[in-house]
Ligand binder design. Structure first.
Ligand SMILES: NC(=O)C1=CN([C@@H]2O[C@H](COP(=O)(O)OP(=O)(O)OC[C@H]3O[C@@H](n4cnc5c(N)ncnc54)[C@H](OP(=O)(O)O)[C@@H]3O)[C@@H](O)[C@H]2O)C=CC1
Ligand SMILES: O=C(O)C1=N[C@H](C(=O)O)C[C@H](O)C1
Length: 268
């Protein structure tokens, strides 16, 4: 079987570095190109710079050249960056694994539209544990549907720019779908002042930002007399990166379609 030629964008970012390392460590995968923005201080450096390796792949801003001969592009950047890479991958027929969070509805629709022509895995979280947690939340929501208040609490490092996290929002969607609610109308994002008593039909979100927290998520089901907490804590970005590379390999020969990590892990 031929090697999978991967392009990693946002190469100097926290996830970009982890993705390069995971690609280099995964048999059957080859680092085809590593991209950064045109003003990046990392341009011209070896992509193994961050893990102390020499790869022979130089970090570049030349997207067109990077896509030549590429099989798949892995993107953990920002929504505006992802959408630009999406257009280029669609035109070049290159598959994508997208981990970026913080998209609006139009951004998500653009990804779904592109997936009619190229295959894409798009997930808010590539860890196996979080994707198992999504399944656990379906069961918990069903069993605890009556009398339990539902609150989602997430904590991340000080550099994170979007809130609530994509994972917390996905958890909210899973719970709302299971309960037949619409997250758009039942979500409460933080509370302040004289809020009045809690509406039992709401799903609350609380966001913590600080230090180097890689990613913690807890869903609290609280009733009068007992409570259940379902938690996941990530301690290394390698977890997400390895999941994304696994998703890239899973896409294999699929030429179109929109998938998520639940598909990759056969959790649907
Ligand atoms: N799905 C998952 O499992 C996970 C998702 N994430 C998500 O991945 C994303 C990246 O996170 P993280 O690595 O911590 O972020 P960083 O800020 O560390 O890295 C982002 C990278 O993307 C580049 N970038 C930023 N804006 C653009 C743009 N408009 N066009 C092209 N490149 C751009 C940055 O370049 P520069 O430095 O020049 O700005 C940087 O290299 C976030 O959305 C985060 O929520 C994170 C972890 C796991
Ligand atoms: O920005 C991060 O770091 C993370 N982002 C993802 C999210 O928004 O859910 C996943 C993970 O929790 C780390």
């Amino acid at each position: 079987m031929s090697e999978l030629n991967l392009v990693i964008v946002g190469a100097g970012g926290r996830m970009g570095r982890a993705l390069i390392e995971s690609t280099l460590n995964t048999p059957g995968c080859r680092l085809h190109a590593a991209l950064e923005r045109a003003d990046s201080p990392f341009l011209g450096q070896d992509a193994g710079l961050f893990s102390g390796q020499t790869t022979g792949v130089t970090i570049t801003a030349d997207l067109a050249a990077a896509l030549q001969g590429a099989d798949l592009l892995i993107d953990f950047t920002r929504p505006e960056g992802t959408l630009a890479y999406l257009a280029a991958c669609r035109a070049a027929g290159v598959k994508m694994v997208i981990g970026t969070t913080g998209f609006d509805d139009a951004g998500k629709a653009a990804i779904a539209e592109a997936a009619k022509e190229i295959s894409i895995v798009f997930a808010a979280n590539y860890s196996v544990g979080v994707n198992l947690t999504f399944k656990l939340l379906e069961v918990a929501s069903r069993v605890l549907a009556d009398g339990f208040d539902i609150e989602i609490i997430e904590a991340h490092h000080r550099y994170k720019v979007d809130a609530p996290s994509g994972t917390a929002l996905r958890m909210g969607e899973v719970i709302a779908d299971t309960l037949g609610r619409d997250l758009k109308t039942c979500a409460v994002y933080g509370r302040e002042g004289i809020t009045g008593e809690r509406d039992p039909n709401t799903i609350g979100f609380a966001t913590v930002r600080g230090g180097d927290v890689v990613g913690d998520h807890t869903v609290l089901f609280a009733a009068l007399g007992e409570r259940v907490e379902i938690s996941h804590k990530a301690s290394s970005r390698a977890t997400f990166a390895n999941g994304a590379v696994r998703a890239a390999r899973w896409l294999g020969d699929k030429t179109s379609g929109l998938f998520d990590m639940q598909d990759v892990l056969q959790l649907k």
